[in-house]
Structures are given as structure tokens and as C-alpha cells.
Ligand binder design. Sequence first.
Ligand SMILES: Nc1ncnc2c1ncn2[C@@H]1O[C@H](COP(=O)(O)OP(=O)(O)OP(=O)(O)O)[C@@H](O)[C@H]1O
Ligand SMILES: [Mg+2]
Length: 241
Amino acid sequence: MSAEGTGVDLRIEGLRAGYGGAEILHGIDLEVPAGSVAALVGANGAGKSTLLAAVLGTVPRTAGRVLLGGEPLPAGVRAATSRGIAIVPEGRRVFARRTVRDNLLVGAWGRRDRAGVRADLESTYARFPALERRGGQPAGALSGGEAQMLAIGMALMSRPRVLLLDEPSLGLAPVVVDAVLAEVRALADDGMTVLLVEQVVRKALRVADRGHVLRLGEIVVEGAAADLVDDVAVTQAYLGR
Ligand SMILES: Nc1ncnc2c1ncn2[C@@H]1O[C@H](COP(=O)(O)OP(=O)(O)OP(=O)(O)O)[C@@H](O)[C@H]1O
Ligand SMILES: [Mg+2]
């Protein structure tokens, strides 16, 4: 897979960001080691999506910085994309009327290395065999789980070094959530660096290396994911008690 051995670490230092005058993130420090999954969990409105947007710079950063492999990452989608950050936004945005294969090629938009794109298409199909079987069908015909795999596959087609995932479990049946999260784990095992935003806390922690609980724009609990799975402090922070 294209992800193999390509991971770089992502560091977020003292990040503040918000909308207009309203600060939503109040100084976030977070490190995602190369080839690992960091789970960022928290309730509705905690600021998870805002954090991903601030990493990309689509929401203005008012303080702090983002480092990719030790290099400061300028704000802006173009800068982020060209340096190897890909995001899978909330809600599985795929082009319903276009074929699965075309969607994957949209993910490779802007790449000129045709042979590389072809190779990545093959490896994405190898990772997600259902996408290959349905390659010629419209993406709108996919099940929720398949559509999520497609959204991830589209991101992989840009050959990222860091993958930002915003609630991939949303609206999926529990068994399908397990399958999607298992794929997320497999990606990191192949070298991808993953920041996984989730509301299904325990499931996310089970596939993650480290866990970070965001509450009202601040990280309130963090540690080895295995230690956090049964930690009541996580539940309390999450529930806001
Ligand atoms: N475009 C926006 N303009 C103004 N405020 C916003 C905007 N988007 C989000 N917010 C506010 O920022 C805060 C954090 O929202 P955010 O979407 O980051 O939370 P979240 O943790 O991703 O929640 P969810 O689990 O519901 O996706 C909320 O108070 C929200 O109302
Ligand atoms: Mg969100």
C-alpha cells in the first residue's frame, strides 16, 4: 500500500482557533507519532471538527502552530495537501452518481504520476475488495460502510502521510463500525499516521495507540489508549461531570 513506511509525526502546539471572535480551541497540545493512531474523543460541540479544520488552516489559527515531521505547516488546504495531509470529513462525502472507480480517481486529482495512481488504485482495491467488486457501479449504490471505505480510499489516493478522520463511525451499524475501525488500525500498522476523531469512545480507544479527550476546547484527559478504555475519568470528562 502507498501508506507503507511513509508516516511522519504530527505535532500540534498551543493551538488556539475559533470562529469570528469566539475562541473554540483554548491551547491544544497534541502529538501523533508516525505510524500510530491517536483517538480524539469528546462530546458534541467539544471542538473536534474545529481542531481538524485548524490543522488544515481552514479555520483560522490565532495562536500556536502545527508541525509535520518537525516542519511548520502553513495554514491552508493547498499547503496541507501538498505536504501530505488528507482529511476524510464527517458525513462520507462521495459523488453518488459517479462510479466508485471515478470517485477514487477524484481522490488522486492533481497527481501527474499516472503509473503511481494506477498502482495506488490497485492497492486501494486490495485493501478494500468490496470497492473493486463495485468499481463500475455508482457510489450512491454503496452501503454506508462501503461508502465510508470509499471516502477513506479517496483520501488514500492522494498518497497522504497523515490521515485526519472525522467520525467515520457516524450512522453505521455497530458491526460495520468495527470493520471500519479495524481498517483504520490496519492503515497505521502499514505506516500511516492517523488522527481519529470519534464519539464512539471505547471502540476508538481499542484501535488507537493514544487517546485524548477534548472537552469545551481543551484536552482534559490523555494517555495510552489501553489505559483509558476503562478509565472513569474519561467517561466523566466526556459526560462533562
Ligand atoms: N462555522 C461555525 N461558525 C461558528 N461556530 C461554529 C462553527 N462550526 C462550529 N462552531 C461551534 O464550535 C464549537 C465546536 O464545534 P465542532 O463542530 O468543532 O464540535 P465537534 O466536537 O466536532 O462536535 P460533533 O461531535 O457534533 O461533530 C461548537 O460550539 C459549535 O457550535
Ligand atoms: Mg464534528
